[in-house]
Write a protein that binds this ligand. Structure first.
Ligand code: G3I
Length: 380
């Protein structure tokens, strides 16, 4: 067994019997029972992903759609019985929390946190600062550089302070480096340059503000394609190294892990290791493995892999990503980006691709799910 112990493990142990019981504990009020709900998740008990992950010394997490968590019993049972960590897929993003200047809507995020507490789960905060899913008032408002900086500080401090004590790991800044290995020219990058500062300095400020507002959460920089060695992950490495040298309170690096079978398997373990060697925690934060799916005669797509060989590769890559994380002591959390293929972001973004998650279109477990269980069994 690994020595890395997840935060709140005591709470998780204390609640394990509740969390793995046939009907998972809920934040009140409980919605009416669904007579058609599957017994799948309820029947697994000690063989759930979360029980096996706990024995292996790692958190296993899932990105949660809070509407489905509230309305769909089968979905909720999977979230609560299979996972020890949850991430808000959307409801902690800027546009959701801060829809108007100075106006905050905490309801959906708080419901997720309450449900997590009731089920002995830790929460990964996602995300304080990202260039996507920003409210229109911010992106279309005529703000000066000074105002944009002040707004950034206000948002980060308000959100981090509000959730202080509830968040295990925060994705403080998300995707600050472009695919070509240069800093992404976000509105804040541009504002800092206008102020005569290095554009990327906003990232360091955001980490400092977040730490001030929530000293307990472990603060992560999160990005995609860090799995691959190349210009992007190389810049991320030197950037993080420089921030550490400057005393910036960055404590972790999140590897999103959105993989695609048409590209080769990344140099994941080496990249996890080199960031960990800087003294940081590392985590797999948004894993999915997409592939091309079959097309129907009417032109729409199924969510069934078109090529059995690619499907086998998907299963293998799921196992490999988890093995790579488990092989690196500092990799203490592994999160999958969504419950099932029925609700994944992939088909909406990559036409003709999908089948990227552990459960199928009917929220039933796939071979990918079994592959993760096998890896966890071998690790404990
Ligand atoms: O909230 C609106 C709703 O009001 C409207 O009726 C509906 C109609 O389409 O859209 C809703 O917004 C959607 C939003 O999710 C909330 O459900 C957006 O259209 C949709 O584009 C958005 O997609 C999310 C995406 O981030 C946005 O960039 C995905 O669900 C979410 O899985 C995805 O997650 C990101 C991570 O945060 C960062 N890393 C990459 C990852 C995948 O893109």
């Amino acid at each position: 067994m690994r020595t890395t112990r997840p935060l709140l493990v005591g709470a998780a142990l204390a609640l394990a019997s509740v969390a793995l019981a046939p009907s998972a504990a809920l934040a009140a009020p409980a919605p009416p029972a669904d007579p058609n709900a599957s017994e799948h998740s309820a029947a697994i008990g000690e063989n759930t992903l979360r029980a096996l992950a706990e024995a292996a010394g790692i958190e296993i997490g899932v990105a949660v759609n809070t509407d489905l968590l509230a309305s769909d019993v089968k979905y909720r049972n999977i979230v609560n019985t299979q996972y020890s960590s949850v991430t808000a897929e959307n409801v902690m993003k800027w546009e959701a929390l801060n829809p108007q200047p100075g106006v905050y809507d905490w309801e959906a995020a708080e419901a997720l946190i309450a449900n997590a507490e009731a089920n002995g789960q830790v929460v990964r905060g996602h995300t304080l600062v990202w260039h996507n899913q920003l409210p229109a008032w911010l992106t279309t408002g005529d703000y000066s550089a000074e105002e944009l900086r002040a707004t950034l500080e206000e948002h980060v401090k308000t959100v981090a302070a509000h959730f202080a004590g509830d968040i295990q790991q925060w994705d403080v800044v998300n995707e600050v480096i472009d695919d070509n290995g240069t800093f992404r020219e976000t509105i804040w990058y541009q504002a800092y340059e206008e102020l005569g500062l290095p554009g990327e300095q906003y990232v360091a400020d955001v980490f400092r503000w977040a730490k001030e507002a929530d000293p307990e959460a472990v603060l992560f920089y999160n990005d995609y394609n860090l799995e691959f060695t190349g210009p992007k992950s190389n810049l991320a490495y030197t950037f993080v190294q420089d921030m550490l040298a400057d005393g910036v309170p960055i404590e972790g690096v999140g590897f999103q892990g959105h993989l695609d079978t048409q590209y080769g398997y990344p140099d994941l373990r080496n990249n996890l290791e080199r960031f960990a060697a800087l003294g940081l925690e590392v985590a797999m934060t948004e894993v999915d493995v997409r592939t091309f799916v079959t097309q129907k005669p009417n032109g729409t797509y199924t969510n069934t892999p078109a090529d059995p060989a690619e499907e086998a590769q998907q299963i293998d890559w799921w196992a490999q990503t988890l093995e790579d994380c488990l092989a690196v002591e500092a990799c203490n959390s592994y999160t999958v980006w969504g419950v099932s293929d029925a609700h994944s972001w992939i088909p909406g973004w990559f036409t003709g691709q999908g089948a990227g998650l552990l459960y199928d279109m009917h929220d039933n477990p796939k071979a990918q799910y079994e592959a993760l269980r096998e890896v966890l069994r071998d690790a404990s």
